[in-house]
Design a protein around this ligand. Sequence first.
Ligand code: BES
Ligand code: MN
Ligand code: ZN
Length: 496
Amino acid sequence: MPEFLSISLSEQPPQTAQALVFYADESGPLGPVGGAIWARTGLDFARIAKATGFSGRPGHMIDIAAPAGLDCERLVVLGRGEDGQAQTEAAWADRGGSLFAKLDGARIRDAAVILDEPGIAPRQVAALAAGATLRSYRFDKYIKRGNGRVHDRLSLTIAAGAPKDIGAELDQALAVATGTILARDLVNEPANLLGPEEMAQVAQGLSEIGVSVEVLTEKEMQKLGMGALLAVGRGSVRPPRLVVMQWNGGKKQQDPVAFVGKGIVFDTGGISIKGAASMENMKGDMAGAAAIIGVMQALASRKAKVNAIGILALAENMPDGNAFRPGDIITAMSGETIEIISTDAEGRLVLADALWYCRERFKPQAMVDIATLTGAILVALGNDYAGVFTNTDSLAAGLQQAGLATGEKVWHLPIGHAYDKLIESRFADIKNQGGRNGGASIAAQFLSHFVGDVPWAHVDIAGTGFGVPSSETNSSWGTGFGVALFDRFVRDNYEG
Ligand code: BES
Ligand code: MN
Ligand code: ZN
């Protein structure tokens, strides 16, 4: 899947690599192999560090061409970061991302990186490889000018001792990175080429790796009474779909853990139409559903020992003669009636039916939804944290931990009965919009009406799913946020 990077493992650094790479701090190489390689050059490390301003901080680099005593063309020394700096997988993934960027920037196409510092764990080596893979991702398939942009591939050999120990961890980490890349591809894809049906087809492709996939059509949703999801899709010529994916890698008697994604392939706001400014970003309003496809792919390809459900609520929110309108009263599958105040508060409507359906059909031990749900979460948390809301605090804690490990961080925000008065309707059981203040909590409180007593959490990724500043592991518009988070959440809480 990753096009611009291939990774292999070896016990010893290959003698033929174009570039040899190792990590150092201000006093020199961190491991014995790096030390021995440096010794062969006969160079004075302290003097070179001083001359190049190398202090061992992340991003610092010494790049020596045609080093005496070595067969390689380049010897690259990278700053490893201050002592005691985070040893989380997220920190190692950042190192890997930075590594790819440095080598790619130096036009190196074949490199061996030596990771022999004492105490380095296989999981950390795997995280570095995943980080490099994520950084290598580009979405440029529609750039045809000048025969397209031609990029060369980087072959990276990781020399970190016994490859047997590391191989299994590497496979798992790359399965997750590949899932993130699939999600990025979907988020980056424009809405004219990716409608509900096309997204459902991508999900169906996962049947090749053992995921069972069902696609519910409009008719079937009508029979089930999904009045909320169907209302949102009515203005589009491309009908909505509900996708159900199942990965059964766990014990028969294990209740599943379920993930539900908002998949609005384009959100114009509908009759409550959005302003023109930046509306093109609303092609990313299916980032939640994309993350669910990505995580199901990751779980299946690493054969996770878990029973997992992935549900996608797919629709397009368009203004039209047949569209739903403000003032309409619709009936959700749960039987609750909803007064529409804004047709732009559509995400909570499609999720209301998807969550209720999930709970009724699967009785999951836990249910987590992910959605680009509110502009308010951007105001509250910016681009660095997603918001998490829950009826069961331990789920928020689990997601928070998974977030720290993977770098896909979440922050726990409140829901509760206090918010219900803001969505009381004069005409129906509930209305779909409260005030402007506290908008992310109001939306989450709305969702809580459709989960019954299932332990549930909601992750609002309107600030993290797309359009974030570039980072060490991502320079793409669509981030794939949620894939690594949910994979890790499963791995630490529901497997085995
Ligand atoms: N998809 C939007 C939320 C969004 C905004 C995602 C910006 C990503 C970036 C959602 O459907 C929406 O329109 N929400 C409204 C809700 C309001 C009408 C209650 C919002 O946040 O303004
Ligand atoms: Mn909207
Ligand atoms: Zn939306």
